[in-house]
Design a binder for this molecule. Structure first.
Ligand SMILES: [Fe+2]
Ligand SMILES: [Fe+2]
Length: 145
C-alpha cells in the first residue's frame, strides 16, 4: 500500500524551509522565528519518527490488512508515553509563534504572518486528527496483531 501521508512530511519540509528563511530576515521577526525553530526542529523530528509511521499503520489496519507483529513500527510502543508531551510542545510552540506573529505584524511582514498562521493550522490538524489517529493505530495494533 502506498503511504498516503507523505504530504505531511512534505508540509514539514516546506514549513521548515519558509521559517528558516524568515529566521535570516533580521529584525525582531527573524530573531523570534529563530527562537521558535529551536523548539520546532526537534518537535518535527519527533513527529516524523513517532507519528508518521503510525498513520501508515492506521491506513493498513483500517483497510483490513493483516499486519504482522514484526512489521509494526517501534513507534507504536513509544507514542503513548509521548502523546501528552507532544501537546505540551504545541503549547510552547504556540506561545513562541504568537510572539513572532506579533513582531511580524509590527514590522508589516505579511509573508511571516502567513507562514506563522500556516504553522498554527498545521498544529490544529495534528491535535484534532493526526495525533488521535496515530495513537488509535498504536492501541489497535496491540489488540489485533
Ligand atoms: Fe507537525
Ligand atoms: Fe506538531
Amino acid at each position: 500500500m502506498e503511504n498516503r501521508f507523505e504530504f505531511l512530511d512534505r508540509e514539514h519540509a516546506e514549513l521548515m524551509a519558509s521559517l528558516r528563511k524568515l529566521s535570516r530576515s533580521g529584525k525582531k521577526t527573524g530573531a523570534s522565528v529563530t527562537d521558535l525553530l529551536a523548539v520546532l526542529e526537534p518537535h518535527f523530528a519527533k513527529e516524523e519518527r513517532l507519528v508518521m509511521p503510525m498513520l501508515f499503520l492506521a491506513n493498513r489496519l483500517a483497510e483490513g490488512e493483516h499486519v504482522k507483529m514484526d512489521s509494526v513500527p517501534g513507534a507504536a510502543h513509544e507514542i503513548e508515553a509521548e502523546y501528552s508531551i507532544m501537546f505540551n510542545e504545541h503549547a510552547r510552540i504556540r506561545e513562541l509563534a504568537a510572539y513572532a506573529r506579533a513582531a511580524a505584524e509590527k514590522e508589516i511582514n505579511s509573508n511571516a504572518a502567513e507562514t506563522l498562521d500556516w504553522l498554527s493550522h498545521h498544529a490544529e490538524i495534528e491535535e484534532a486528527i493526526v495525533y488521535p489517529l496515530a495513537l488509535l493505530a498504536a492501541k489497535l495494533a496491540k489488540f489485533t496483531v
